[in-house]
Design a protein around this ligand. Sequence first.
Ligand code: ADP
Ligand code: ASP
Ligand code: MG
Length: 412
Amino acid sequence: MKFGGTSVADIDRIRNVARHVKREVDAGHDVAVVVSAMAGKTNELVAWCRDASALHDAREYDAVVASGEQVTAGLLAIVLQSIGVTARSWQGWQIPIVTSHAHGAARILGIDGDELIKRFKERKEVAVIAGFQGIHKESGRVTTLGRGGSDTSAVAIAAAIHADRCDIYTDVDGVYTTDPRVVPKARRLDKIAFEEMLELASLGAKVMQVRSVELGMVHKVRIFVRSSFEKPEDIDPMSNHPPGTLICDEEEIVEQQVVTGIAFSKDEAQISIRRVQDKPGVAAAIFGPLAEASINVDMIVQNVSADGKTTDLTFTVPAADYQRSMDVIGKARDTIGFDRIDGASDVAKVSVIGIGMRSHAGVAAQAFKALADRNINIRAITTSEIKFSVLIDAAYTELAVRTLHALYGLDK
Ligand code: ADP
Ligand code: ASP
Ligand code: MG
């Protein structure tokens, strides 16, 4: 069972979480619980680090931001004990959850679940685990897994203890066709395939961290997204159908829609390089230095030159890397050879996802027409087997998402 920030926002909510846990324990299940920091806590800790020094040591950033989860794990263990449930809290290093040394964005390398399993057997002890954090073995330093990383802790723990299921309790009762906070007509999906959830998460839906879905897919963990706000007493722990969304293999999904969901991200910036030399090696001269600076380039559009000499090249980068990218390209100006650079950071990427696209033609074409009818200009397009994305002005994001949601029959 994993509980996100809003679900543990204060002591009352932690009491509510404890009742969910007790329900499962009373039903005879062995339970490991992964908790996030209280809502807003991680943001506060991140801001404190920036405030202390804009350029700070990533190891110390992790020492600071990992503390939020330590608090909730201890508090939940206390509350569980107070209602008669045997429980013990665990920080990442105590299990240990071994990770890479990439501080701030570490990857889990391995978890030994034996001690937790032994305690289930011998003492019926609930393990309350601080999410988001681990340890880099060689240096012995605390690491964190990137924002939203408690989802990944939960799926990794589920795999390590061979759990029957990994329940992600959050502030919505499942995965919706798009963000329900933006489109009130969004519908809850009963099931979604790992591949689709991976795209939805990568393309902006923050309901699950991308890495957690990857792990679930590789280790075949059945992930069930559900609400922590339902009354714990109203739920039958033996029921196979509580409200929620199962993330599972494609084969388990009987009725497949062409389009499953729509994601969006305003965290994009567009860079256009005007009148670039149209000759071999130019793309390498542009994208090589960006790669060296660890900047992830996403969409790329290159025109065919009209005069055989120069062309325009447009690409997108994460908004946070916008200024750095402009600097990198500026520095490489002599090797690239171009007229000028234009950029825009008030852009958004809207993506349509569905496994059904593999076998249906014209899905994207419908979207282009619908967006044109609303006078929404498309700045760039990318497509792949089960998704396509369009880059538009950020001001039209909500309109575009609602338009496409209705177009593909996803409205209630
Ligand atoms: P937690 O703190 O429990 O980890 P998050 O805030 O990380 O919760 O994720 C839940 C939020 O994700 C929801 O409140 C919702 O606004 C947002 N969200 C975005 N896209 C979707 C989607 N397709 N389905 C459900 N929720 C979504
Ligand atoms: N508390 C961390 C964050 O806010 C991890 C998580 O909640 O999943 O990013
Ligand atoms: Mg989250």
